[in-house]
Design a protein around this ligand. Sequence first.
Ligand SMILES: Cc1cc2nc3c(=O)[nH]c(=O)nc-3n(C[C@H](O)[C@H](O)[C@H](O)COP(=O)(O)OP(=O)(O)OC[C@H]3O[C@@H](n4cnc5c(N)ncnc54)[C@H](O)[C@@H]3O)c2cc1C
Length: 380
Amino acid sequence: MDFQLTDEQLHLQSMVRDFATREIAPHVHEWDERSQFPLDTIKHLGRLGLMGCIFPAEYGGSGYGYIEYVLAIEELSRVDGSVGIIVAAHTSLCSNHIFLAGSEEQKRRYIPRLATGEQIGCWALTEPSSGSDAGSARCTATRKGKGWVLNGSKTFITNGAHADVCVVVAVTDKGAETRGLSAFIVERGTEGFRVGKKENKLGLRASDTSELIFEECEIPGENLLGVEGQGFVDAMRVLDGGRISIAALGLGMATGAYDCALRYSRERKQFGRAICEFQAIQWKLADMATEIDAARLLTMRAAWLKDHHHKTTLESSMAKLFSSEVAVRVANEAVQIHGGYGFIKDYPAEKFYRDVKLCTIGEGTSEIQRLVIARQLLME
Ligand SMILES: Cc1cc2nc3c(=O)[nH]c(=O)nc-3n(C[C@H](O)[C@H](O)[C@H](O)COP(=O)(O)OP(=O)(O)OC[C@H]3O[C@@H](n4cnc5c(N)ncnc54)[C@H](O)[C@@H]3O)c2cc1C
């Protein structure tokens, strides 16, 4: 068992860390206050190869694997979780669905432009009345001639208002339950497709979370993604990879919150000494660091298994569940260590506290992760 990163991985990690410090950190507060999508930064990440980490070079990707992808998402999220979730939804949800289920022609047509950040992607499964129970979707796709007509809406879609390419899951056979769902590619500008409400959120405010509306939206037959009726099964396969990215998102934000709490505990003096000299604060820091390390090990295990072509349903959910709950605990303690200043926007602890909560909700809530894990355990 080798716990060391390779030289190439260390180089990537340090490159992303430098980028995040230089290009993201100075703007984090302003983007958050204004709920401003960092489009230029995302395009810049594309030029650096960070919008297509997990895809082979022949499709315009960087040819890395999930280990490198985790390192990148972690380093970005350590500075700004909004950037982390934008990259994650684009890469391991939208692009990866096309990569996993698409025809060769679809892969050649879409992946290179997505992987280089020339185009932005989103992935639309959730609907107003179907979240955890994604199989009960109502958005429909009906055959019309050689093509399809989409009707319905999707909600809470990351990158929704900025995406050029959207993967949408819709009902193609009402009576067939989850076997009646299929995935489609819809491009921005298609008649009958528009962006609805842009959500005003608790955290991750620089990321865009929007409603998508389909009204008699006609798309060509070749935009069916994968086999008809396989959309739900493929979506679950996509989430096996996506949940690793949410684990990395939580890990990055937890590390960022820990870093600022450690720094502050050395600077802040009360009763004539730095607060890090109090055992109560030391125990908090020890628990935070230990839990972050455990989350990193679970996340890296899932990434390693994915890179070695194992099925990771169990390990991805374990990593996502643990890492996201650690992130919430660590961000909470980071605020506590800052005392009153933790409640104030001048210090980064406040933003981590708001941002991390999404990790226990997106790509399946903690309750759903426990359900997935238990199901896998009972299957053995
Ligand atoms: C910022 C943000 C970004 C998102 N991005 C995307 C995206 O890009 N694409 C996309 O498709 N979706 C996206 N989502 C949607 C997200 O995946 C859903 O919000 C999530 O799956 C939960 O669904 P829901 O909100 O409908 O909650 P519900 O399913 O209504 O759940 C409500 C509560 O009930 C619990 N619950 C539900 N069923 C069970 C059960 N069987 N057992 C125990 N407890 C249960 C849940 O855990 C939760 O606590 C995003 C959401 C947010 C907030």
